[in-house]
Design a protein around this ligand. Structure first.
Ligand SMILES: Nc1ncnc2c1ncn2[C@@H]1O[C@H](COP(=O)(O)OP(=O)(O)OC[C@H]2O[C@@H]([n+]3cccc(C(=O)O)c3)[C@H](O)[C@@H]2O)[C@@H](O)[C@H]1O
Ligand SMILES: Nc1ncnc2c1ncn2[C@@H]1O[C@H](COP(=O)(O)OP(=O)(O)OP(=O)(O)O)[C@@H](O)[C@H]1O
Ligand SMILES: [Mg+2]
Length: 252
């Protein structure tokens, strides 16, 4: 069996077991029009069919292409979807806080989406599926208690470069595969511009650092850019809190 066919079957089994173990039948996916949520939606649809509901949550900063790409995916795969705009909440908060920079607006947008989809999860008696990949999780490239929040994440152990291959295998529309990954939190945002390097380069180094646990010295012998490696080591260490539970004071 092809590697990505095998991964798909494994993730279908994982989702089925984990959702049923928690006593649920329905799942939600926040659908942005980007690659990660498209892959999660297509795999979840194979398992849950009409018990999957995708939630599109545009803001005034979402690009028009993202909205079109999300609709194309839903049409191609007959996936159920609703729209819940975060624009009114975001505008109201921005009016009260006119000094916010784009990073704060972006993180606030991400948390408004989290609040919205978790409210819908209560209404629908459904679980929220996560869409953060391993590259993002390792680098802390996501908003804590925002897009990182979920009940179950099927793609958190797959690097972005693997998500591309999985998307191709699943038949995700070409427009979604071909466009640059973007958090779409402000106009023109691009993951690879924010991070400074392509995911192909980042993932090659992360594999050596995280999976093979090689030392910095040994990684540098393998033709990896020194500045990038130093950035990655710093990010992995500084952002590890994003994948941990809050520390609780133990009474002694
Ligand atoms: N050591 C520590 N232990 C526990 N908590 C710690 C902490 N250091 C900071 N914090 C807390 O964490 C906050 C900072 O983290 P956070 O709020 O996440 O924000 P931050 O890491 O500053 O920014 C999030 C990054 O992820 C990107 N992003 C966001 C959303 C979606 C996507 C996407 O790809 O779709 C990408 C975004 O563009 C930005 O580069 C601090 O304000 C503080 O409250
Ligand atoms: N407009 C939106 N509507 C619904 N959900 C969204 C929206 N924007 C972001 N999200 C949620 O936040 C997640 C994080 O965004 P991120 O950009 O990392 O993933 P993506 O858009 O699915 O893929 P890509 O990284 O290729 O752009 C999305 O997968 C999605 O679940
Ligand atoms: Mg995106």
């Amino acid at each position: 069996m092809n590697k990505y066919a095998h991964i798909t079957e494994y993730l279908k089994g994982f989702l089925k077991a984990e959702v049923s173990k928690r006593g649920f039948k329905k799942v939600l996916v926040g659908l942005s029009g980007g690659l990660d949520s498209a892959v999660v939606a297509v795999i979840a649809h194979r398992v849950f069919k009409d018990e999957l509901l995708c939630v599109k949550m545009p803001s005034q900063y979402s690009s028009q292409n993202s909205l079109i790409d999300a609709d194309t995916l839903c049409n191609d795969f007959s996936i159920r979807a609703i729209t819940a705009s975060i624009e009114p909440m975001l505008s109201a908060y921005e009016e009260l806080n006119p000094d916010m920079d784009k990073l704060r607006i972006g993180n606030f947008s991400s948390r408004m989406r989290m609040a919205t989809i978790f409210d819908i999860s209560a209404r629908e008696n459904a679980l929220v599926l996560g869409t953060s990949n391993k590259s993002e999780l390792m680098l802390g490239y996501g908003t804590i208690y925002g897009d990182l929040a979920c009940a179950i994440n099927p793609i958190g152990d797959l690097y972005k470069s693997e998500i591309y291959k999985l998307a191709k295998y699943l038949g995700v529309p070409k427009a979604i595969i071909d466009k640059a990954p973007s958090a779409d939190l402000w106009e023109g945002q691009s993951d690879e511009d924010d991070l400074g390097y392509t995911y192909a380069k980042i993932d090659s180094a992360l594999r050596l650092l995280v999976d093979e646990r090689l030392s910095k010295e040994d990684i540098l012998k393998k033709d990896i850019d020194k500045e990038m490696l130093e950035m990655l080591i710093k990010r992995v260490s500084n952002n590890s809190f994003k994948t941990e539970m809050p520390k609780i004071a133990k009474m002694v």
